[in-house]
Design a binder for this molecule. Structure first.
Ligand code: UD1
Length: 430
């Protein structure tokens, strides 16, 4: 079993470079099959496991993928020959459902097993289905396990999303890019990775306007072509380092970022007393003294991202005063607070609201990463805490963060990965 071991209490100092955006990469990888050609994708976080699973799925349906260097791949989609993806391929991550939109766009049909991923509450796909049906596809869901989508031809159409959904916006954009005529998605998600996907598709010859606003217009093209494209920096990885810098009362320059994407996070950190300097492609975050309290409500972009909520909860656990976090995207995203309680945090949960009474210190403890961002929160807690913290289930963290030990280690953190044998693992011999 792999674990992170952290000896906390050291303020982070120095410079760190953020990787390419995971969530953009997870939409762009399946989008590459919309052409019968080769796409070169740069600044892609190839070592995180979510990206690896998406690449394996591409290979499974016949694409050829070449690793050019540690952040560049080439996807050759000329031999993609299957529209079926089994549960073995989709069970690892939510984003595998983007293959439904991409295969519909490419072949007019798709048969994809329902995806896995972090459990943050029920994750319906009714808005995705509504969009595909509006474009003329017939959708059936077999035994709640396999989505079958079929169309003679896809036609552009207006789609009004009843709820702001990143996943549905991506999936509808993928299918609509090759539909005949104009698709208008209203109440679309505005996240940076939606804009990045639109830019990628436009580099392939698509005609997409309005991404980043809540109305996206997609004029479908019969064919798309290969391209070279550079993925944007990861907003959430950048935000994680920003919060870690402030929570440890350190001073860190975070490079390869788009400061505009970080505004909702910067604003809250400043409210808590951090100093933030913005440069063209970097931010410097420092904090002296104990953080102040603040309230947070998670919202679709440009609101405060749900994916930064657990990390901020750690900072607020150490704040002077009581803070409220209201989670409005997911119904079950406070499970990680049980781990923080083990470290001495004082948090009470009432439905979708966490009340955090700041304490002076956290204490190192054995904890686990319940999901990806919960795991990021455990790292920050371990870095701030007195003594030794051991984090189990770090496979969740590896889904979305590259070179964790190296990046935090270069900032002065005492963090290492260890391998232990689980005495209760019956597969363990000896
Ligand atoms: C969501 C977040 C995204 C985050 C990711 C992982 C938003 C808007 N989306 O994206 O920032 O990176 O989780 O934490 O902040 N929903 C439906 N029907 C659908 C699709 C979604 O009811 O067909 C609901 C979901 O249950 C959820 C909300 O809409 O409550 C947002 O879902 P969606 O944006 O699609 O989820 P992700 O794409 O996973």
């Amino acid at each position: 079993m792999e674990k992170f071991v952290i000896n906390g209490g050291i303020p982070l100092n120095g410079e760190v470079t953020v990787s390419g955006a995971k969530n953009a990469a997870l939409a762009i990888i399946p989008a590459a099959i919309l052409c019968n050609d080769v796409c070169r994708i740069e600044n892609i976080p190839v070592s995180i496991s979510d990206v690896r699973y998406m690449i394996s799925t591409l290979k499974y349906i016949g694409a050829n993928v070449r690793f050019i260097d540690k952040s560049t791949i080439e996807i050759d989609s000329r031999n993609v020959n299957s529209y079926m993806i089994t549960h073995d391929m989709t069970k690892h991550l939510r984003a595998s459902y983007y293959f439904i939109g991409a295969l519909l766009g490419r072949f007019g049909r798709a048969r994809v097993a329902m995806p896995g991923g972090c459990y943050l509450g029920p994750r319906p796909i009714d808005q995705h289905i509504k969009g595909f049906e509006a474009l003329g596809a017939t959708i059936s869901v077999e035994d709640n396990a396999i989505v079958e989508a079929d169309s003679v031809k896809l036609f552009g159409a207006p789609v009004y999303l009843d709820i702001v959904s990143v996943g549905a916006t991506v999936n509808i954009m993928l299918a609509a890019a090759r539909a005949e005529g104009l698709t208008i998605i209203e109440n679309a998600a505005k996240e940076p990775h939606i804009v990045d996907l639109a830019n990628f598709l436009n580099s392939m010859g698509a005609d997409i306007r309005g991404a980043g606003t809540d109305v996206i217009k997609i004029r479908g093209k019969e064919n798309l072509h290969g391209c070279t494209y550079t993925i944007i920096p990861d907003q959430i990885e950048a935000g994680t380092f920003m919060v870690a810098a402030a929570a440890t009362r350190g001073d860190v320059i975070i490079k390869n970022v788009i400061p505009k994407h970080l505004e909702s996070i910067s604003t809250k950190l400043v409210e808590c007393g951090a100093d933030i300097e913005e440069y063209d492609e970097a931010v410097r975050v420092s904090m002296t003294g104990r953080p102040g309290r603040c309230n947070i409500k998670t919202m679709p972009h440009p609101g405060f991202p749900t994916d930064m909520q657990p990390q901020m909860a750690v900072l607020l656990s150490l704040a002077d005063g009581t803070s409220l976090i209201s989670e409005s995207i997911w119904s079950n995203r406070f499970k990680y607070t049980e781990q923080l309680l083990r470290m001495g945090a004082k948090i009470t949960i009432d439905g979708q609201i966490a009340m955090i009474h700041g304490v002076e210190k956290l204490k190192g403890a054995p904890v686990k990463a319940d999901d990806l961002r919960a795991g990021a929160a455990m790292i920050i807690a371990g870095l701030c805490a007195e003594g030794r913290t051991e984090i189990e289930d770090i496979m969740h963290i590896k889904r979305g963060y590259e070179n964790v030990v190296e990046k935090f280690g270069n900032l002065g953190a005492d963090i290492k990965m260890i391998y232990t044998i689980d005495p209760f693992d019956i597969n363990c011999v000896g």
